[in-house]
Design a protein around this ligand. Structure first.
Ligand code: SAH
Ligand code: SF4
Ligand code: F3S
Length: 442
């Protein structure tokens, strides 16, 4: 009955985190994990549906599996992730190869679904949002796949914001915060297994509101404080923060907890108040800029990255130029740019998608050009200055070189020795000729 499992993941870091949990959960149920689908008899696709393109990728991959499924009649194909909660039962009609559908909040039920399918040979779907925390199932005996120096931990899942364009509140459900004790347990476990940099995950991490076993509330800033007390944890990152929930106590945490990195991903989406309103982002540009200013006040060296959507319905050239102005003003570093994609059931799905693809692509390129310049701007600022690097490993090309990342996510190569692995080392940047990685010396 045990299966050889191949799993493929699309989408955000949370989906990747879920995939780790799925694999570990299947492993402890004695399934074997394989690297190539040709060797498998159970294929799990952990899917994303944030844009139309993400959806296409899944259905294209499924088509590639058609001949394989014909050859191997005991092959089971299972869809997990956001496409399952977006499409629900309809997904069976969109592709006949799918046997099992398992929603993002039901992954701890997957093993049972597999056995049920093998027994009854009937298509199955479970997309319920279980009250119990799926991440906590067998937490302690999870044998993490590839323990690394840095890893993710989900602290809150789901979203109550309902931005007009976004499918996430429909696919991931309402915001559910994990218990602080469970999160701390998981981080202690990871830190005892070499992890020293932790990236806290959530669609809106700063909306975190956990409840301690004794019934007390735990805010995001409380949680940051508790995590910072874990000795082996040297760096704390979190993603994604919504500007709307960025309360003063979180800004204060920047003042008091120096383990939180000087790098913040703070999605703005657009520089135009008209568009932000249509997007239902619940803040305006003045609020956003003031927030950046308040954060810079406690952390003068903070660097910001962000997300943009180009070609939102009604985005005029004037609105677009306001976004370009904002990029020049705030000097956003590495950022994500997305072409607007209407998602079924969202509010903006019913607005006219009036910016054509050529124009969306032009706006995309213009933003990319400015962001690339900003990346160089920040690289130049780094030249001849010292930065702390978390040393991750040896260069594959030249084993004399070690590499690691700065707080602002720059990969830096430098000559060092193996005792430095896993440590934070100060390195002076001396070569920025490549935009994507830098060189330094001790
Ligand atoms: N919760 C985060 C974002 C999570 S989704 C926040 O609100 O800041 C990641 C990014 O995908 C969003 O920031 C947005 O830029 C992009 N995105 C979401 N829906 C989209 C859509 N329908 N079309 C294009 N981009 C989209
Ligand atoms: Fe989507 Fe908005 Fe929620 Fe972010 S805050 S996940 S963009 S609905
Ligand atoms: Fe995609 Fe779902 Fe993440 S839609 S971006 S996998 S929350």
């Amino acid at each position: 009955m045990h299966r050889k499992v191949y799993l493929k993941t699309w989408g955000c870091q949370m989906n990747h985190y879920d995939s780790d949990k799925i694999l570990n959960y299947l492993k402890i149920n004695n399934h074997k994990i394989v690297d190539n689908y040709i060797d498998s008899d159970l294929i799990i696709l952990n899917t994303c549906s944030i844009r139309k393109k993400s959806e296409y990728k899944v259905f294209n991959f499924l088509e590639r599996l058609r001949s394989f499924k014909k050859e191997k009649d005991n092959l089971i194909i299972c869809i997990c992730g956001c496409l399952s909660t977006q499409e629900k039962e309809k997904i069976f009609l969109r592709n006949d190869l799918i046997d099992i559908v398992c929603g993002p909040q039901s992954i701890h039920k997957l093993n049972k679904l597999i056995y049920k399918f093998i027994k009854y040979k009937k298509k199955l779907i479970d997309i319920k949002s279980y009250k119990i925390d799926k991440n906590n199932i067998n937490n302690k005996i999870f044998n993490y796949n590839n323990i690394k120096l840095n890893t993710y931990v989900t602290i809150i899942e789901g979203c109550n914001k309902f931005c007009s364009y976004c499918i996430v509140p429909f696919t991931r459900g309402k915001e559910i915060s994990r218990s602080p004790e469970k999160i701390l347990d998981e981080i202690c476990y990871l830190s005892n297994n070499n992890v020293c940099e932790i990236n806290l995950l959530g669609q809106n991490v700063n909306a975190y509101s956990g409840i301690f076993n004794n019934g007390d509330l735990c805010s995001f800033s409380n949680l940051l404080n508790l995590i910072s007390k874990i000795n082996n944890i040297k760096r704390i990152r979190f993603t994604t923060s919504n500007p709307y929930n960025f309360s003063d106590d979180i800004i204060n945490a920047y003042k008091n907890i120096n383990k939180i990195v000087n790098y913040l991903h703070l999605p703005v989406q657009s520089g135009s108040n008209k568009i932000l309103k249509l997007m239902r982002r619940k803040y305006d540009i003045e609020f956003y800029k003031d927030l950046v200013k308040r954060i810079l006040y406690v952390r003068p060296n903070m660097i910001f990255s962000t997300d943009f959507i180009v070609g939102f319905p009604g985005e005029s050239e004037k609105d677009f130029l306001l976004t370009l102005d904002l990029i020049n003003e705030l000097k956003f570093d590495h950022s994500y740019i997305f072409m607007y994609s209407p998602r079924p059931g969202t509010e903006s799905f019913y607005m006219k998608d009036n910016i054509d693809l050529i124009e969306k692509k032009r706006r995309f390129r213009e933003i990319k050009y400015l962001i690339d310049n900003n990346i160089i701007y920040w690289n130049k600022k780094m030249l001849n200055n010292k930065y702390d690097i978390l040393v991750e490993g040896f260069s594959k090309k030249n084993s004399k070189f070690l590499f690691g990342k700065t707080e602002n996510n720059r990969k830096v190569y430098f000559i060092g020795n193996k005792n430095m692995l896993g440590k934070i080392i100060s390195v002076k940047i001396n070569d920025i000729s490549n935009k994507n990685y830098l060189y330094g010396n001790l």
